[in-house]
Write a protein that binds this ligand. Structure first.
Ligand SMILES: *Cc1c(COP(=O)(O)O)cnc(C)c1O
Length: 373
């Protein structure tokens, strides 16, 4: 879709990456580190400065204590952390429970691990996305090994509430499951919400691999600096896999990510305000052409339900959208094991500059004329 946006000169609300240059603070630290010659293999577990910054962040944000020497691992983005956790902690045939729709790398890494994906569908109740009560527990079998949780959630923008988190935790404790939590949008929550890591719930720290990264929090999605936090026995499995995937993560970027973590509030506050305003502007624009928007409580994304708007399925509609109005979006069919389940849903990214969102809204207005034909 990004290639299509380039080719057609469309506004790219498809792939989730900001259109700015990234914070000056991070760029300066990375450039200085390169210039000073920090350009050889760093320690396999990560640069101490980053490991310490991650541990300090988890403690000050969430009261979670991790030993930076033995319980934090630097990775090539959250993507590698998730892949390493699944490759290192699953045996062939193990079942991995995950929310659906799900981030597109999850199905692929479950397959690489020889494991089996067990999707649990989120539903929309007219007001918000919900995890249907009992659905997680009902997905457990004798082969269940691991629960892969993503909250705040891509592509829906859902943030799991307290009751939903408690149900997930209860299922993990009751059936002795490992939890792997992808929390890359931990800071990008709206309307005064607060993100709650699953690891903070009773009995969960000891069975959870907590994953996040610099990309989304600090608007540097191209850097691929992430981290995993877990008790030593669990982290050993993640580290064993990471060692033979990338071995290490680039040192200059680790140092810059550490600087970002130390300045979290300074960087994240204005970003959240901007994203929230973008979300509202885009939602208003979509609603005004007759596209019903589903509530987004966090992340970079919101989802639109096309079913009453056009008979085209989401994939066909998204392929035509550049020609119809010069905007690119992503069909949600790609986020479901059975593509038909997402064939009426389209995801729009609002992690762009205000000017880009304004331009997109102007262009989307052309859809009302198209619809009336
Ligand atoms: C963007 C995204 C990632 C990728 O994170 P990296 O640090 O760039 O690897 C992982 N998980 C989800 C849910 C995402 O949306």
């Amino acid at each position: 879709m990004s290639a299509l946006a380039l080719k057609t000169g469309s506004v790219n609300l498809g792939q989730g990456f900001p259109d700015g240059p990234g914070p000056e603070l991070l760029r300066n630290v990375a450039m200085a580190a390169i210039h000073e010659g920090d350009n050889q293999y760093p320690p396999g577990i990560g640069v101490p400065e980053l490991l310490e910054a991650v541990a300090a962040h988890q403690q000050s944000e969430y009261g979670l204590i991790y030993d930076p020497g033995t319980e934090v691992l630097a990775t090539a983005g959250a993507t590698e952390a998730v892949a390493s956790a699944l490759l290192g902690l699953c045996e062939p045939g193990d079942e991995v429970i995950m929310l659906e729709p799900s981030y597109d790398s999850y199905g692929a890494v479950v397959a690489m691990a020889g494991a089996v994906r067990v999707p649990v569908r989120l539903s929309y109740n007219g007001q918000r996305w919900v995890l249907p009560p009992g659905a997680i527990g009902a997905a457990v079998t004798a082969r269940s090994r691991l629960l892969l949780l993503n909250s705040p959630h891509n592509p829906t923008g859902k943030v799991l509430d307290e009751a939903e988190l408690e149900e997930v935790a209860d299922t993990c404790r009751r059936h002795d499951l490992i939890a792997v939590t992808d929390e890359v949008y931990e800071h990008l929550v709206f309307d005064g919400r607060r993100h709650v890591p699953l690891a903070t719930l009773e009995g969960m720290r000891e069975r959870t691999v907590l994953i996040s990264s610099a990309g989304k929090s600090f608007s540097v999605t191209g850097w691929k600096v992430g981290w995993a936090c877990a008790p030593p026995a669990l982290l050993a499995g993640v580290r064993a896999a990471k060692q033979f995937l990338t071995y290490v993560t680039p040192a200059p970027m680790q140092r810059a990510a550490a600087a970002g973590l130390r300045a979290t509030h300074q960087l994240v506050g204005p970003l959240v305000e901007e994203l929230e305003a973008n979300r509202d502007l885009l939602a208003k624009g979509l609603e005004s052409v007759g596209l019903p928007v589903r509530s987004a409580e966090g992340t970079y994304f919101l989802i639109v339900d096309m079913s009453g708007f056009t008979d085209l399925d989401a994939a066909t509609f998204c392929r035509q959208l550049p020609e119809l109005c010069g905007v690119v979006a992503v069909p949600c069919s790609v986020f479901y094991a059975d593509p038909a389940a997402g064939s009426h849903l389209v995801r729009f990214a609002f992690c762009k500059s205000r000017a880009t969102i304004e331009e997109a809204v102007d262009r989307l207005a052309r859809l009302s004329a198209w619809r009336q034909r």
